[in-house]
Every structure is written in C-alpha cells, then in structure tokens.
Design a protein around this ligand. Structure first.
Ligand code: GDP
Ligand code: MN
Length: 377
C-alpha cells in the first residue's frame, strides 16, 4: 500500500523526523483557515510567511504537474485549494490538499531506505542532489547496504534522522521510505519536504493496525439496498428481473436462480439467509421486496446443520409482521422439514411445494405479466 505524502509525514513526525507544520484539508474554506492558523498572515501586504498547498495523490512528480502551489497568504491558499480539489493530478482525483508552512531552503538532498533486490538486502540511498526524480540522479546516489537481519544495527548509519528513517523502514515493514527533497534549511536544520512510503502488503498480517489506519477500504459499491443489507451482515444482490429469491447457502441460492431462468423467469434479486441470518429475516424480506419490479417471491430452504424449520420460522415471523401483498412459493427440505411445513400451514395458511422446481415454476408463473386483460398498454 502506497501512503500519501500527508500519511508518510505523520509517520515521520512520530519518529521525530522533522516535517513542516501542516494541515490536511478537503475544502477551500478549510485551507484558508489552516493557512491562517499556521501563521500565513491576514492577506495584507505584510505577509508573515508563505504557504505551500499540495495535492494529495499516490504518485510523485506533482510539482512538475502543477500539484504543488506556493501562495502568499490564506486567500491564496483557498484559491489554490479550490483549483486543486476535484481536479485530476497524475491521473488521480484530488480529494485532499496539504496546507504547509513554506520552508526557506538552502539545499535539497535525497534520502531513502529500500530493498535492493539485486543485493538481496535493504539499503540506504543518499544523495546531495535532491528534489529531482530519483531516476535523474542515479550516478550521484550513494548506496549503503544494511545488515539484512538487523538493519538498524549496521555500523555507519548516520545518527539522528537517517537512523530514524531506517528504524521506521523496519518497524512498519516498508518496501521503501523516501524523503525527496530532504531540505537543508537556511538555518542549517534538516526538514523532510516530501515523503513517500510504500508498505509491504505481504506483511499486513503483522501490521494490521498500521494498514487499517491508512487503508480507506474498498469504495462502497452496489445499490442503497445492497449496502444496507451488507451493513446488516446480509448478502443481497439485485439483478432487475421479477422473481425475488430467498434461499440458504450460496450453492442453493445459485441453483434457485438457475431454476428461475430454466422456468422462463428472470430473477429480480437474491438474498442468502442461511447460518444465523434467519434472525434478520424481517429486514431481508423488506429489502428484497422493496426493489421496484418484484412481482413474486420464491423461498427455498434446504436444512443440513442449519435447520430449515428455524429459517422458516424467521421468514414466517417476518411475513406476519410485514404482511406483503404478493405471491410467494415455498420449498422446504432436509433437517427440520416437517416442522417447517407445519409452521407454514398453521401460521401462514400456505402449502409448500413438493420440490424446488415446483416452487420456482409457481413463482415464475405468478410473476408473468397478465396478457389476457390487454388493458395496460
Ligand atoms: P513531488 O513533485 O510530488 O515530488 O512533490 P514535492 O513535495 O517534492 O514538491 C516539489 C518541489 O517543491 C520540491 O522538490 C521542492 O523543491 C519544492 N517544495 C516543496 N515544499 C517546499 C517548501 O516548503 N519550501 C520550498 N522552498 N520548496 C518546497
Ligand atoms: Mn518529491
């Protein structure tokens, strides 16, 4: 996982690697407030300090692409943020910018710790010429090999910032930690002006907290109802036909959908309520039936370890509560079948079908548009 500059700088700061003071913001108004807070003056001629506004995307080379903007005051910061936010930078949408105090730079260096595959060990890479792409300075980079077992104990690591960077590299199972440029300030100090960190995804099992901290997770997908189902721990997939499908287990659910298609129908959606999901039968039924275009429902349960009378009771209770006005066809089989049949007869007055195919045929027939009336064209 590749961290953004702002995330990398958080990790730097936690290891006492100096970084400019900054605020991560997502609106121009926040950028203005951040610039004011960081001492960017009041917009008048007597500015106290210039600011840098930097688009946060996963790749470098932002400076050349116009993603690093120097501004004179908070109004300028707001303007730069307005221009960057929502724009595309290095092929990515900018959703956050870093507002940072500008540093007076005397010289720019390069420092990184990475894995040198050919040497089979981690290395420190140093260069007195930073601020440019690393490819452009290969000849001027000093490659310093590290002890592969305990990199931080390698004799010859410079104390201070360099040692901190090596420790960070080890501590977070990184593939690379890079500071480019590492600024030498006019006051003689060192400041990380940019930061790049790539975490090793193969080490996620022992870096779960670190990965979870920065991983936004997969972007939400699916319809509103599908997301609602997922929040409840239900698997609902919407398809757009007319026959809604409730079944237990992935295999039986797929088989039920195949049967719907084989019977000449189109599945509207499917929701699995096997396992303990029967306790969520009411929201499951609500979500499945809320989809526009649903004209009938087939409920297909086959009990094994999960008893089909327990699952059926969940649906019966949901049905009693919601009293939906649409045709439903049940098939119940396996463990707990007889009790499930009794429940359907006594509480819903419904006779289950003798097989899955029969139930599916009934649901498909009930969903078929009425063609005889001929009045709804
Ligand atoms: P990149 O182009 O994505 O690598 O973004 P950087 O964060 O490295 O910014 C590009 C360049 O802007 C750097 O190489 C610096 O030369 C310059 N820069 C960034 N921040 C500052 C700052 O605070 N002061 C000064 N003087 N230059 C800066
Ligand atoms: Mn850079």
């Amino acid at each position: 996982m590749r961290l953004t500059e702002a995330q990398a700088k958080l990790l730097f700061a936690e290891r006492n690697i100096p970084v400019p003071r900054s605020r991560l913001v997502t609106t121009p108004a926040e950028a203005e407030a951040a610039a004011r807070e960081l001492g960017g003056g009041d917009g008048g001629p007597a500015r106290h300090q210039a600011m840098v506004v930097k688009g946060q995307v996963g790749s470098g080379g932002r400076g050349k692409a116009g993603g690093v903007v120097f501004v004179e005051n908070p109004i300028g910061a707001a303007r730069a943020a307005a221009r960057l936010l929502g724009s595309e930078l290095k092929g990515e949408l900018v959703v956050a910018v870093l507002v940072e105090e500008a540093i007076d730079v005397a010289a720019e260096h390069y420092l990184s710790v990475t894995v040198d595959a050919s040497a089979g060990r981690p290395v420190v890479m140093r260069s007195g010429r930073g601020g440019i792409e690393v490819e452009a300075m290969v000849d001027e980079i000093e490659v310093f090999p590290l002890d592969p077992v305990d990199p931080a104990s390698t004799p010859g690591i410079a104390d201070g910032l360099e040692r901190s960077l090596v420790e960070l590299f080890v501590k977070c199972d990184a593939l690379i930690v890079e500071i480019n440029p590492l600024a030498v300030t006019t006051g003689g100090g060192l400041v990380a002006l940019d930061g790049k960190i790539e975490l090793d995804d193969s080490a996620r099992f022992r870096q779960a907290a670190l990965h979870d901290r920065f991983d936004p997770g997969p972007a939400p997908t699916g319809s509103e109802r599908e997301r609602r189902a997922a929040e409840l721990g239900l698997r609902l997939i919407e398809l757009g036909g007319e026959v809604a499908v409730l079944a237990n287990g992935a295999g039986l659910t797929m088989a039920t959908m195949d049967a719907v298609v084989a019977a000449g129908g189109r599945p509207a959606n499917f929701c699995e309520i096997g396992g303990d999901a029967y306790t969520k039968a009411t929201p499951a039924l609500e979500l499945v039936l809320a989809q526009p275009g649903v004209r009938s429902l087939v409920v297909n349960f086959c009990g094994a370890f999960a008893r089909c009378d327990v699952m059926t009771e969940g649906v019966v209770e949901a049905w009693e509560r919601l009293r939906p006005q649409l045709p439903v066809a049940f098939s119940v089989a396996g463990t707990g079948r007889d009790a499930a049949v009794d429940l359907l007869r006594s509480r819903l007055g419904v006779e289950p079908h003798p097989s899955m195919e029969a139930a599916v045929r009934a649901a498909v027939a009930a969903a078929a548009p009425a063609t005889t009336e001929g009045s709804e064209v």
